[in-house]
Design a protein around this ligand. Structure first.
Ligand code: ADP
Length: 188
């Protein structure tokens, strides 16, 4: 199995690059952001609780996202591998993911971090907010809060994966195809 963590701050292009990777490599795309938004749209209790946090740019509790990922891993046992997008976002999530994959006799093949400067991220997210309908993309303060949460809680995962010799840095600035080529050659 090829299990890839696509890492990076909000707006780095993880969702777009994941879709392109899925087409090329026949992997299952697991985005906790997408899963949470589906729950929200379905109006489930979980979705409604998550919405309050998401709209403020805060993280949803670890147990919630870990549970969603566990479900998806259990229902996709025949997959060639997975692309994890927006997960893990905390050290606790990273540890849980390692455990879950171990139960399936597999592991993370590599972590690929898309690097984009903050000013560019803010521009991209505000632009996306014009037609994504996402409340968290439409407010500069919420965007800045998401970037702060990334710095404070998520960026530390670079060293988590560096210790496992799985960390790869990818320049995320440039045309979609250009970034995709960089990513593909790094994945190998
Ligand atoms: P982005 O990376 O552009 O912020 P996502 O769709 O990945 O977009 O995430 C949107 C929101 O969903 C986050 O701000 C957070 O509230 C919630 N979320 C997504 N993934 C996680 C996660 N792994 N842990 C906690 N909260 C999450």
């Amino acid at each position: 199995m090829q299990n890839i963590v696509l890492f990076g701050p909000p707006g780095a292009g993880k969702g777009t690059q994941s879709k392109m990777l899925v087409e090329k490599r026949n992997l299952v795309h697991l985005s906790t952001g997408d899963l949470l938004r589906s729950e929200k749209e379905a109006g489930t209790e979980l979705g409604l609780k998550a919405k309050i946090l998401m709209d403020q740019g805060k993280l949803v509790p670890d147990e919630v996202v870990i549970g969603m990922i566990r479900n998806k891993l259990e229902t996709n046992t025949n997959a060639n591998g997975f692309i994890f997008d927006g997960f893990p976002r905390t050290e606790k999530q990273a540890e849980a993911l390692d455990e879950l994959l171990k139960e399936l006799n597999t592991s993370i093949s590599g972590m690929f971090a898309l690097e984009v400067e903050d000013e560019e991220l803010i521009t991209r997210l505000l632009e996306r907010g014009k037609d994504s309908g996402r409340a968290d993309d439409q407010n500069r303060e919420v965007i800045e809060n998401r970037l702060k949460v990334y710095e404070n809680e998520t960026a530390i995962l670079r060293s988590y994966y560096r210790k496992q010799e799985k960390f790869n840095s990818i320049n995320g600035f440039g045309a979609l195809e250009e970034v995709f080529n960089r990513l593909n050659s790094a994945i190998g």
